[in-house]
Design a protein around this ligand. Structure first.
Ligand code: SF4
Length: 346
């Protein structure tokens, strides 16, 4: 269900959502099938492990995915993001450290990596090199979350050639006026030009990857433009993520939309069984949700390179979190209780 008054284009169908019920995905064809067709058996096996970890039946010996925050720098000041409230910077991840972590991961069985974290990854000049090293070392899935403002044709070409498999661009609008409110500092015309430029470059290189996802985080500002957004892009991109605004600590509840894009979410969180997030400061977090910002410190996970990823994955702090998340909610860390609760608050 997307917009009851103006339904989604009929050739789009629901193809799942994320674990917490914060996002729902729409596509002409299941994006995971598209990726499996291009990437083969290793991708299928990785997704099977991911699903087993989601159902809490399996704990991989090393995180299946590691997400990197390369730089604490962003070119926009979006009200749905903690930066608009002055989230303190945490530096820049040293390139050699990132390379050694990627190599450690490849040796230990990691299969995916993502860039985005909490800031804009295209502000880092090292992105394509890190993706290329990761893919060459055997990682099968390389993902990028971006606001798309810096995605020139040259950057697109570099990223496609490096082996990026998925690119997720946040759009959140169908008009320049709404985009200015949703993504202050951004230029809607430039975004559209960059998305079309990316598609043209991918086609000119004869590539199907990376698949392109456009995202729309539904807020009070833009809820009336969701259908126009889908109609504009539905023939051009592989899939959509329709997200529910989740108020981060200090964020404004006035952004909650009048009409939620899907029914009450919330559920079991399996992120600490699947992934780790490395912040630019080296701090390690057990999830990629904005709510989890304080969780690494609370659990005593520590930082790289003082601790290895393997050591952190096996740490008592993470084992304790996994145990607690399988039990009653009132025994979860407060941060996790609030993380789940915030998506049910509207
Ligand atoms: S804060 Fe807790 S419940 Fe939320 S995503 Fe992170 S680990 Fe999961």
């Amino acid at each position: 269900m997307v917009d009851q008054k103006k339904p989604k284009p009929s050739h789009l169908r629901e193809v799942g959502g994320d674990l917490l019920g914060v996002s729902r995905f729409l596509a002409r064809k299941d994006p995971l099938s598209l990726l499996a067709e291009e990437l083969g058996e290793k991708f299928v096996s990785y997704r099977q492990q991911w699903d087993l970890a989601s159902s809490l039946d399996y704990l991989p010996p090393f995180p299946l995915q590691v997400d990197y925050e390369l730089k604490t720098q962003c070119n926009l000041r979006c009200p749905i993001c903690p930066h608009s409230q002055g989230l303190p910077p945490s530096g820049e991840l040293d390139k050699d450290l990132a390379l050694s972590l990627i190599k450690e991961g490849a040796q230990e069985g990691q299969l995916a990596l993502g860039f985005g974290g909490l800031w804009e990854p295209l502000t880092s000049p090292h992105l394509a090199e890190l993706i290329e090293v990761a893919r060459s070392a055997g990682l099968i899935d390389a993902m990028l979350n971006t606001n798309g403002q810096l995605l020139t044709k040259e950057r697109s070409k570099e990223l496609i050639k490096a082996g990026l498999t998925r690119i997720m661009i946040s759009v959140d609008a169908a008009t320049p006026e709404t985009y200015r409110k949703a993504r202050p500092g951004g230029d809607y015309a430039l975004l559209v030009e960059n998305i079309l430029g990316f598609l043209a470059v991918r086609q000119s290189l004869g590539q199907k990857l990376p698949i392109l996802r456009l995202s729309f985080c539904v807020t009070r500002y833009n809820e009336g433009e969701l259908s126009a957004f889908l109609a504009k892009w539905s023939e051009l991109v592989e899939f959509f993520s329709i997200q529910s605004y989740g108020r981060f600590p200090g964020g404004s509840s006035s952004l909650f939309p009048k009409n939620r894009p899907f029914p009450k979410p919330g559920g079991i969180c399996s992120q600490p069984r699947q992934r780790l997030l490395i912040r630019a400061s080296g701090e390690v977090l057990p999830c990629c949700d904005l709510s989890g910002l304080g969780l690494g410190a609370e659990l005593g996970l520590g930082r790289v390179p003082a601790k290895s990823l393997k050591e952190i994955w096996a740490s008592e702090g993470l084992r304790d979190l996994r145990r607690r998340l399988m039990g009653p909610k009132d025994n979860w860390p407060n941060i996790c209780q609030e993380c789940q609760a915030k998506y049910q608050a509207a």
